[in-house]
Design a protein around this ligand. Structure first.
Ligand code: PMV
Length: 327
């Protein structure tokens, strides 16, 4: 480790039990618990270098200057670390997503987890997974989960509690599951998750029902992971994603993240299950891709079947991976 430089690697994650909605917008606290799987090989590598000659932070993302919004979010995170460490220098951040090209997958989880770890290291703070997770969570709640490997829970936040962090449930070796991502569209999503959540909370008549249902679904997913019971995890996972989307669909105007290919891929997953070709379940986030969950031994068959669905551009396979790593 060189003084003033921090370098870290973190992976994306998929929520098996979803979070949607915040209990405290200022502190970015989720209103419901969520449980995820950290995904290999979808990773981000980030370097933070403190440089006396800089008059502002610089953020280079995938070899290009980041947009102003991304820079602002990175600077906010750095400001927290600088305040804790008593550091006054600005930083040059270089971050690269090693995702399959234009996968259309959100990189905010791996990005902010890697940035949080690298920034703390650059400012001379000792590695502390809990503090890194709480820091990443302020920028993107799902990023709190990417600090840990395997199966991870982010509890619901109590308004005012700035220390909320994710907790690891089981390491990657606990269970060789696979996520097969059916990519259905290139480019960025139409409505980002934070705006979508705020809009849902303000206008959806189903928001309170979602708040009541989500913790029970997280309980099911947690118990299913502990027992390695794919049916238990999968049924709760599908209900969690459909309840989240139903809540968002009922907002005014409704938020529709699905494309025709999303529903076609979802139907294929159910067909594979009904015909007993593979035990597989599906989940969708704030975007049009379908993420299918199955045993690693069924992944090739599920990938082949999803790749044939009209509108599916390609598939990406990922398994449980480790948490954040300092490089
Ligand atoms: O915290 P964000 O902005 O990354 O929002 C995550 C929202 C979902 O991906 C839809 C659900 C989740 O728990 O990851």
């Amino acid at each position: 480790m060189t003084a003033g430089i921090g370098k870290a690697r973190a992976r994306a994650n998929i929520a098996l039990a979803k979070y949607w909605g915040k209990s405290d917008t200022q502190l970015n606290l989720p209103a419901v618990p969520s449980i995820s799987m950290t995904l290999d090989p979808l990773l981000t590598e980030t370097q933070v270098e403190l440089l006396p000659e800089l008059r502002a932070d610089v953020f280079v993302l995938n070899g290009e200057a980041s947009n102003p919004g991304e820079l602002t979010r990175a600077t906010q995170l750095l400001d927290c670390v600088r305040a804790e460490a008593g550091v006054r220098l600005y930083a040059r951040i270089e971050s690269r997503n090693h995702f399959p090209t234009a996968s259309g997958l959100a990189s905010s989880a791996s990005g902010f987890a890697a940035l949080a770890a690298a920034a703390r290291q650059a400012c001379g703070l000792a590695f502390d997974a809990r503090k890194t997770s709480a820091l990443a969570r302020q920028s993107s709640a799902s990023a709190a989960r990417s600090v840990f490997g395997g199966y991870v829970e982010l509890p619901a936040g109590v308004a005012g509690d700035a220390t909320l962090a994710a907790t690891p449930l089981s390491p990657p070796e606990h269970w060789a599951l696979c996520i097969v991502v059916a990519v259905t569209q290139e480019g960025r999503k139409a409505v980002g998750s934070t705006d979508g959540m705020t809009h849902t909370k303000l206008t959806s008549p189903y928001y309170d029902a979602w708040l009541a249902a989500a913790p029970k679904l997280a309980d099911e997913v947690r118990a299913g992971i502990a027992e390695r019971d794919l049916g238990r995890v999968g049924r709760a996972m599908e209900q969690s994603t459909l309840a989240m989307h139903a809540c968002a669909l009922a907002a005014a105007p409704g938020l529709l993240y699905f494309q025709p290919a999303t529903l076609a891929a979802f139907a294929k997953v159910r067909e594979l299950r009904q015909t007993r070709a593979a035990e597989v379940y599906a989940t969708m986030d704030a975007g049009p891709h379908v993420k299918a969950l199955c045993a690693a031994s069924d992944a090739a068959e599920v990938s082949r079947a999803l790749a044939e669905v009209p509108g599916v551009l390609r598939t990406i396979l990922a398994g449980p991976g480790p948490g954040v790593e300092l490089l």
